[in-house]
Design a protein around this ligand. Structure first.
Ligand code: ADP
Ligand code: MG
Length: 698
C-alpha cells in the first residue's frame, strides 16, 4: 500500500507531468495510492439499455444503444459545437460536443452501432432530448454490452481538457497491474472473521467489477478499512486522554448544590436532566478529566443542567465558566444564571468582547484571587489574559460554533485540565456522533419539560399572507409575542437587507398599535442588544430579525414564529428557529412562508417540518438529503480526513462494525506494535497524521 503512496502519478503510464498537475489541482490526486483510491461514483449496468422514446421528466444517467444519423457543426471559434443526431429506433436525440470536435468527428461514424452513456436533458425550445459529451463505445467492441462499467466523478475542467472517466479507469488499471502484490493494512483478524477480500483484489474489483455480489463485498472491505482508521484513531485518543489526563476529583455534593436543589429549583427536573447530571457527577469524581457532550433538543433545559454541574464544581472549591457563541446568548445566560445563583449567594460575572476595561480588570483580578466563582462569556474567555485561580469545569454551549482548538485552549487554563462539558442542540444521529465526536462521551437529554405542546407548523404561500397576518393578530391580542425571521445570506446581502427592511416597515404598518423590534447581524452590538432587550422584556411584541436569533434566545411568551423565504433555509436551521417558540405551556405556531414554485427536495424539506418536531428525525433526514458534510456540527468537528468510499449517512452498520473492531484491536494491542498490526499502524499514521496534539496546547 505504502509503496503506492511513494509513486508520483506523473510516472503512471499515460499521465505525465501536465496531466499530473491537473489531476492534483482538480481532484487532489498526487500519488498512485490516491489514484487507486479514486473510486467510481456509480456503475452502469452494461446489459441494460434505455429506449429514447421512454425518456421522461428528470432523468438519471442512462445507457442507450443506436446509430448516428448525421453530424453537423454550429458556430465558430470558441462557440463552435458539434451536434450528432442519434437514433435507437424508438426516437432520436441530439448529442452535443463543445470540445475536442475534430477528434470526435474522426472517431465516430454514422451507421455504426454504439453504446452511449450520459445524462439526458430536455430542451423545451428544441423539443428534443440531448446528451452532452456522453461516453461512447462501439457495440462491436469486446465486452461492450456486458458487465458493470465504472463511472468516475469528473470536473468540468477535466472534461474540457479531454479527460474522461475512461482515462481514469485505464490509469488505475495500469497502476494496479504494476503492483502484483500489495501488503494488506487490515489486521488479519478483521479479514478472517468478516471473510473480506485482500486489498489488491478489492481494488481490482471496485474498478473492474465482474458481478454485483463481489463488488458489494469489495466495497464493504474498503469502507471498513477507511472507517477503522477513524475509529481506532479516535478511540486511541479517548483512551489516552482518560488514562493520562488526570482530573480534579469532585467527590462532594455540598452546600451550593444542595441548597439550590432543595430550595431554589424553579421546577422539578425531568428524568433526563437528572440522568445527565448524574453522569456528569460520576465523571467529575472519577479522577480523570471529563470530556462530555450533552445533546438535547432546543428547549430541553440544558442551561439548568449546566448550572447544577457548575455548582458541583464550586462545591469542591473550584471555579466554573460557561462559554457561549454570541454576545446575545452569553448575556442571556448571564442573566438567567445570575438570577438563579443570586439566591444561593454566588457571584456570577459576564465577560465578552464589549466588556469595558475597568470591569474586565476587575474580572481578571477576581478570577485570579478566586472571588469570582462563576464566569459567563463569549470566546473572550479563552484569551490568554484570562487566568483562573482554579478552573474546575468549563461548559461550552452550542459547541458546533466553536472549533476543536478553542476547546483545547480551555483545557490549558488549569492544571489539571478542567472538566469539559459541551452542549449542543443540534441532534446528531448516533452513527455520526460515533464518528465525529468519537473522543467525547455522549449524554442525551431526550425529554422535554412537561406541559410543552408540540409547535403546530404549517406551510403557507404569498397568497395566504392576509390569513397569516390575521392569525398573528389574534395571538398578539391574546398578549403573546412573535418572531418574524428573514434569511440573510452573504452573496445577496443588499437584496436581502432590502427585503428585511421592507418586511419591518410593512409589519409596523399592519400593527401600528404594537412596538416592533428589529435586529440583524450588521447592526452595532449596542443597537442589537437594545432591540433584543425590548423584545425579551415584552415591551416590543414583535421581533423582525435575521437568523441572528437562531441560537438559544429564550422568550417563553413568544408563541408565533413566521419564517419568510423558508425555502432558503436548511432543515436544521428551520428546526433551530422553530425552537424559539413553544417554550411556554400554550400552543405555539410556526408558519413557513414559501414561494409556490419550489423544487422537489425543498418541498420535501418543508413538508417534513410540518410533520414532525423531533430533532433526531429531522437531523437524520437532513443528513440523508444533504450528506453529512453539511450538517451543522460536523463541519468543524475535526473529522481528520475526507472519506473516499464510506458514507456517514448511509453506512451506519459498517460504522458500528468498525467501532467494534477498533475496540478489539486496541484491547488486544493498545500501542499497535504487534507485528500483525504493523502495516495497519503505519498506514494509519500516514492517513491521519497527528501534527497537532490538542491536549497539549495551552
Ligand atoms: P435549551 O436546552 O434549548 O438550552 P433552556 O435551557 O433554554 O433550553 O430551557 C428552555 C426553557 O425550559 C427555559 O425557559 C427553562 O427555564 C425551562 N426549563 C428547563 N428545565 C425545565 C424543567 N425541568 N421543567 C420546566 N421547565 C424547564
Ligand atoms: Mg440553550
Amino acid at each position: 500500500m505504502n509503496r503506492l503512496r511513494d509513486l508520483d502519478i506523473q510516472f503512471v503510464k499515460g499521465i505525465g507531468p501536465q496531466r499530473a498537475e491537473l489531476l492534483t489541482k482538480e481532484l487532489g490526486i498526487r500519488n498512485a495510492l490516491e489514484l487507486v483510491q479514486y473510486y467510481p461514483r456509480a456503475y452502469v449496468d452494461r446489459s441494460k439499455t434505455y429506449a429514447i422514446a421512454d425518456f421522461a421528466g428528470e432523468m438519471p444517467s442512462v445507457q442507450v444503444r443506436g446509430r448516428f444519423i448525421s453530424f453537423n457543426t454550429q458556430g465558430e471559434g470558441a462557440k463552435k459545437r458539434l451536434i450528432g443526431l442519434f437514433s435507437d429506433g424508438t426516437a432520436a436525440m441530439e448529442v452535443l460536443w463543445f470540445k475536442g470536435i475534430a477528434g470526435i468527428q474522426k472517431a465516430y461514424q454514422p451507421g455504426v452501432e454504439y453504446y452511449m452513456y450520459g445524462k439526458p436533458s430536455y430542451f423545451e425550445a428544441g423539443r428534443r432530448w440531448s446528451m452532452i459529451h456522453p461516453e461512447i463505445d462501439p457495440a462491436a467492441k469486446p465486452g461492450a454490452g456486458e458487465g458493470l462499467h465504472p463511472v468516475y466523478p469528473l470536473t468540468d475542467r477535466l472534461r474540457q481538457r479531454g479527460i474522461s472517466s475512461r482515462h481514469i479507469h485505464s490509469w488505475i488499471t495500469n497502476t494496479l497491474e504494476r503492483f502484483p502484490s500489495l501488503a494488506d493494512p487490515l489486521p488479519p483478524m478483521v479479514i478472517n472473521e468478516l471473510k473480506l477480500p485482500a486489498i489488491r483484489d478489492a481494488l481490482i474489483t471496485v474498478h473492474n467489477p465482474s458481478d454485483p455480489e463481489k463488488l458489494k463485498k469489495a466495497r464493504e472491505r474498503l469502507k471498513i478499512e477507511e472507517l477503522l482508521y477513524i475509529q481506532v484513531d479516535m478511540l486511541r485518543t479517548a483512551r489516552k486522554n482518560k488514562s493520562e489526563s488526570s482530573g480534579a476529583v469532585f467527590a462532594r455534593v455540598g452546600h451550593f448544590f444542595n441548597r439550590f436543589y432543595n430550595e431554589c429549583l424553579p421546577f422539578t427536573l425531568t428524568d433526563a436532566q437528572k440522568r445527565v447530571i448524574r453522569e456528569v457527577r460520576e465523571d467529575m469524581r472519577s479522577g480523570h478529566q471529563m470530556n462530555r457532550l450533552v445533546q438535547g433538543d432546543v428547549g430541553s433545559g440544558k442551561t439548568l443542567v449546566a448550572l447544577m454541574c457548575m455548582l458541583l464544581a464550586i462545591d469542591n472549591g473550584a471555579q466554573a465558566c460557561l462559554m457561549a457563541p454570541t454576545e446575545i446568548l452569553a448575556t442571556q445566560h448571564y442573566e438567567t444564571l445570575r438570577s438563579l445563583a443570586a439566591k444561593i449567594g454566588i457571584d456570577v460575572r459576564l465577560l465578552t468582547g464589549s466588556t469595558r476595561k475597568k470591569e474586565r480588570e476587575s474580572i481578571h483580578a477576581g478570577l485570579m484571587d478566586g472571588s469570582i466563582q462563576l464566569l459567563v462569556g463569549t470566546h473572550a474567555l479563552v484569551e490568554d489574559t484570562v487566568q483562573f485561580r482554579n478552573l474546575g469545569l468549563a461548559v461550552i454551549d452550542e459547541q458546533h460554533r466553536f472549533g476543536v482548538a478553542q476547546r483545547a485552549r480551555l483545557w490549558g487554563k488549569n492544571n489539571p485540565a478542567p472538566h469539559v462539558l459541551v452542549m449542543t442542540a443540534t441532534p446528531i444521529p448516533r452513527t455520526l456522533a460515533m464518528t465525529v465526536y468519537g473522543d467525547l462521551d455522549v449524554s442525551v437529554i431526550d425529554e422535554l419539560p412537561p406541559g410543552r405542546k408540540p409547535v403546530t407548523t404549517v406551510l403557507r404561500y404569498e397568497d395566504n399572507r392576509l390569513q397569516v397576518l390575521k392569525g398573528l393578530g389574534a395571538q398578539l391580542r391574546a398578549g403573546r409575542q412573535a418572531y418574524i425571521v428573514y434569511p440573510l445570506i452573504e452573496e445577496n446581502e443588499k437584496l436581502d437587507l432590502k427585503c428585511l427592511e421592507e418586511g419591518y416597515e410593512s409589519i409596523r404598518e399592519t400593527f401600528p398599535q404594537y412596538k416592533v423590534a428589529f435586529v440583524h447581524g450588521k447592526m452595532k452590538p449596542e443597537t442589537k442588544d437594545y432591540q433584543m432587550g425590548i423584545f425579551a422584556s415584552g415591551e416590543a411584541k414583535i421581533l423582525v430579525a435575521t437568523t441572528v436569533i437562531e441560537v438559544g434566545v429564550n422568550v417563553p411568551n413568544a408563541s408565533t414564529m413566521i419564517i419568510e423565504n423558508a425555502e432558503r433555509f436548511g432543515l436544521s436551521q428551520l428546526h433551530q428557529l422553530r425552537g424559539r417558540v413553544g417554550r411556554g405551556s400554550d400552543q405555539s405556531y410556526c408558519i413557513l412562508m414559501s414561494k409556490r414554485k419550489i423544487g422537489r427536495d425543498t418541498r420535501k424539506r418543508l413538508e417534513l417540518m410540518t410533520q414532525t418536531t423531533d430533532g433526531f428525525v429531522i437531523a437524520e433526514a437532513d443528513m440523508q438529503m444533504r450528506g453529512p458534510g453539511d450538517i451543522e456540527g460536523t463541519r468543524q468537528s475535526g473529522l481528520a480526513f475526507n472519506l473516499r468510499i464510506a458514507n456517514l449517512a448511509k453506512d451506519g452498520l459498517t460504522i458500528q462494525l468498525a467501532r467494534k473492531y477498533a475496540e478489539r484491536i486496541l484491547d488486544d494491542d493498545p500501542t499497535l506494535s504487534a507485528p500483525y498490526n504493523r502495516v495497519f499502524a503505519r498506514t494509519l499514521a500516514l492517513t491521519i497524521p497527528r501534527t497537532v496534539e490538542w491536549g497539549k496546547i495551552s
